[in-house]
Design a protein around this ligand. Sequence first.
Ligand SMILES: Nc1nc2c(c(=O)[nH]1)N[C@H]1C(S)=C(S)[C@@H](COP(=O)(O)O)O[C@H]1N2
Ligand SMILES: [Mo]
Length: 258
Amino acid sequence: MNPKPSRRIAVDRESLIIDVRRQLDAPSRRLFGKRILTLGGLAMLSGCSLSDNASVEAFLSRVSRMNDKVQAWLFDPNRLAPTYTKAQITRPFPFNAFYGIDEVTVVNGDDFRLKVGGLVREKKSWTLDELYALPKAEQITRHICVEGWSAIGRWGGTPFAGFLQRIGADTTAKYVGFRCADDYYESIDMATALHPQTLLTFTYDGERLPPKYGFPMKLRMPTKLGYKNPKHIMELFVTNTYPGGYWEDQGYNWFGGS
Ligand SMILES: Nc1nc2c(c(=O)[nH]1)N[C@H]1C(S)=C(S)[C@@H](COP(=O)(O)O)O[C@H]1N2
Ligand SMILES: [Mo]
């Protein structure tokens, strides 16, 4: 494994500062009155002194939590992300993970079972054939990675809202969490889980999802940044207890809207 946390955190610190500035510029922020719309003002709001590294970290993480709330509040469950044509697909579509492509996780599909748990009526595990038999949907959308690239890809699978309904998920719960075959883990807000473009995907460009793109399945959300889209999902659960995420627990913003 070749983790690259320091670079990722540096990028995130910059993106947080960009977020802060964007929030300062956002018309909705004028609600708070022009005069406190400065970094110092935000520091005051968040109760942080910004006097040393630790307090800067605390400040950024509180801004990030405020940012989660603002993003959740601004999220429109009916607004669709742009879609594209087959001719616009990026080829080759990039691979990314917290390790290199030579270390891609290979899951054996034969004895695979998707574990489903938490606040659901039906805690049964799913074979791939059962999942492949679910209602189908496809999308060509843009995937945006905070490492500085974006690409258009084509994913096929089943609408996640329908799947949640089928397993009797408590859709008034706050989060859906994911555990992956490669130590990655993620969680998303219920509004995004129920968004019509959120798909549990099993194919990439019409072919079975190859290991590099997340076999056996990837949750694809064009309304979220790349790191929010878990690959190699082994288990999912519905919960009201904040589950965090692989990069979020190292400082990334949790809501991660795109
Ligand atoms: N299981 C798992 N899912 C993951 C990651 C990972 O390292 N492991 N990386 C995330 C990040 S940062 C990105 S940009 C996308 C990359 O998906 P791709 O390889 O299909 O481009 O996967 C996301 N989901
Ligand atoms: Mo990413």
